[in-house]
Write a protein that binds this ligand. Structure first.
Ligand code: NCD
Length: 307
């Protein structure tokens, strides 16, 4: 496989050799961080984070990752208002300019395909940190890393995907990984309005990945991984449509107790009501560990792209 330049879609990441390299690098960086023996391979390099949609984890973890590796950060948070976008500048023009100041750009934008638009004009790597209801490939990388770390494998697993499968971009980016791994069986749990789009159903069919669609949360019981998503309010065209589905599912203590003892519960966060706070104490609640892993996986990715 040729070396990755831009990170736009999870399809570019489903390569055993690349995953092996990134994951062992992430584990090594975590160890070095713990023992305070990190080197600074990105000294003098600059990462721009351009966020046209809200973010906490993604932006902070990319920025922390860059700084821990010795690099610097330029940041436009709330970029719709706080950049020249508010004066009518196109993304392509902004990227042409920012790529003259930064060695890589992390971009989040509400419109599907924006990362590709940026990559088409950018001389420096573009990292898609979420393009609307499209993809969020680095989150999926973190999720796969977390599953491996917690359960020791990503094959032969029963995985339940719960919630907003229509709009959840982390789900869309996870699917290519599941299609590649042998022995995966997916249970897609969503209200009818939030079913996985046809494009992704076809992806599963073409890969011969086992899956079943259901509206019933009780179907999480046999899962090794319960991956819960927030209903993506910002993608609905009316409040009424959102209200109709926002409380469809809730993982509470009762549901958690029904899971297998060696299972894990994941969530890219932020959560609203879909996982009760009482569940956090359960050893199977892995979502805060997952968020922490984001730092090291993003360090590994930045080092891979820039060192
Ligand atoms: C996710 C996102 O932005 O897609 N969050 C994240 O990056 N950790 C999930 C979400 O917002 O629901």
């Amino acid at each position: 496989m040729s070396r990755l330049r831009h990170v736009l879609s999870a399809q570019q990441l489903v390569d055993q050799e690349l995953l092996g390299e990134l994951f062992s690098s992430a584990a090594e960086l975590e160890q070095q961080d713990k023992t305070r023996t990190l080197e600074l391979p990105l000294r003098g390099r600059i990462l721009a984070t351009m966020f046209y949609e809200p973010s906490t984890r993604t932006r902070f973890s990319f920025e922390a990752a860059m700084q821990k590796l010795g690099g610097g950060v330029l940041t436009a948070e709330n970029a719709l208002d706080n950049s020249s976008a508010s004066k009518g500048e196109t993304i392509a023009d902004t990227v042409r300019v920012v790529s003259g100041y930064a060695d890589a750009i992390v971009l989040r934008h509400p419109a599907i395909g924006t990362a590709q638009v940026a990559a088409d004009v950018s001389p420096v790597p573009i990292i898609n940190a979420g393009d609307g209801a499209g993809e969020h490939p680095t989150q999926a990388l973190i999720d796969i890393y977390t599953i491996r770390k917690e359960l020791g494998r990503i094959e032969d697993l029963n995985i339940a995907l719960v919630g907003d499968l229509r709009n959840g971009r982390t789900i869309h980016s996870l699917l290519p990984f599941f299609c590649k791994a042998p022995g995966i069986s997916l249970t897609l749990i969503s209200p009818p309005q939030l079913r996985l789009p046809g494009k992704y159903i076809r992806m599963l069919q073409e890969a011969d990945t086992r899956f079943a669609e259901t509206t019933r949360l009780a179907r999480v019981e046999p899962a090794d991984v319960v991956y819960v998503t927030r209903v993506q309010r910002e993608r609905f065209s009316s409040e009424a449509e959102y209200d109709a589905v926002k409380d469809s599912y809730r993982i509470d203590l009762h549901v958690a107790d029904s899971l297998k003892p060696r299972s894990i519960i994941l969530h890219a966060l932020p959560r609203t009501t879909e996982i009760s706070p009482e569940v956090d104490q359960d050893a199977r609640a892995a979502y805060f560990r997952q968020a922490r892993n984001g730092l090291f996986v993003r360090m590994a990715l930045l080092r891979y792209l820039l060192a």
